[in-house]
Write a protein that binds this ligand. Structure first.
Ligand SMILES: C[S@@+](CC[C@H](N)C(=O)[O-])C[C@H]1O[C@@H](n2cnc3c(N)ncnc32)[C@H](O)[C@@H]1O
Ligand code: SF4
Ligand code: SF4
Length: 251
């Protein structure tokens, strides 16, 4: 059977030079310290992709704002090796366009610009579990975020999606793995609106926008207050961990 290409996203840092309302990395409500991916971690990530010959149809460099990473250009230089090796087809670097200057990107990479004035963020931190909905996607069948953006890598390791890291800090669930992971866990996904099919998800967003559904919902409101008072510090990804030796699962 032909090998299936996957999608990948990296949260290079959770720091940002802006605070959009309802940022899905919680930049505006829950700043997460020590979130810069180190060059050593990035090197281990690239080695892993090469070793397992993971073919990536689209790779998004995200965050936070990737440009505020202290070694942004070195990081992109390392990642661009995957493009040169034919392991990545499309390489996008996301930005909020707030940086004073924009460097030339390595070959194969292009900017995806999204200025704050263009953003139309969906209401955030609405927990389906709080509202009595059954969790459906994310931990078995893929949710839309996993389908569109794939799984993620960040300072604490591999995550099932690029949104999970913020939720993990909020709910104090260690979601990361030293190996690529392609599925979330029920205990995390049941509090994420992307676990729902389209119709109820849009309905909840509409209610949130018009003000008839207060959010954050109960569990997440309490979790946010707790985390703002006392944020759990998860261990950072160690490049020498077993993740370097084990073969990753196919999605
Ligand atoms: C988290 S940002 C990271 C990259 C960069 N800082 C930026 O803003 O483009 C990635 C994308 O997620 C979008 N996003 C963030 N929060 C969102 C929300 N609540 N609903 C929909 N999109 C959201 C942003 O607008 C951006 O396009
Ligand atoms: S610019 Fe991007 S990362 Fe920063 S707060 Fe806005 S959406 Fe979040
Ligand atoms: S946390 Fe949300 S976006 Fe991530 S895999 Fe689970 S349902 Fe999907």
């Amino acid at each position: 059977m032909a090998k299936q290409a996957v999608k990948f996203e990296i949260n290079l840092t959770y720091r940002c030079n802006h605070k959009c309302d309802w940022c899905n990395r919680l930049v505006d409500t829950l700043p997460i310290p020590d979130s810069d991916v180190s060059l050593e971690q990035l090197d281990a990530f690239c080695q892993r992709v090469r070793k397992d010959k993971i073919e990536i149809s689209r790779f998004k460099v995200a965050g936070g704002e990737p440009l505020v990473h202290p070694h942004f250009l070195e990081a992109l230089g390392m990642l661009s090796g995957l493009y040169r090796d034919g392991l990545v087809q499309w390489f996008w670097v996301l930005t909020n366009t707030m940086a004073p200057t924009y460097p030339t990107l390595p070959p194969g990479m292009s900017w995806r610009r999204s200025p704050p004035s263009s953003k139309n963020h969906d209401p955030l931190l609405i927990s389906p579990k709080d509202l009595g909905f059954d969790a459906k996607f994310g931990f078995g069948e893929r949710c839309l975020i996993q389908t569109l953006c794939g799984c993620a890598f960040e300072a604490w390791g591999y995550a099932p999606c690029a949104l999970a890291g913020a939720y993990a800090h909020l709910l104090r669930i260690n979601v990361w793995s030293p190996d690529p992971v392609w599925a979330g866990t029920r205990e995390l996904c049941e509090h994420c609106i992307w676990t729902l099919p389209r119709a109820p998800r849009f309905r909840l967003w509409d209610l949130g926008r018009e003000g008839s559904l207060p959010f954050p919902s109960g569990t997440l409101k309490q979790a946010l207050a707790d985390a703002q008072r006392d944020l759990v510090r998860f261990p950072r990804y160690q490049p020498s961990s077993r993740g370097m030796r084990r073969k990753c699962q196919e999605p």
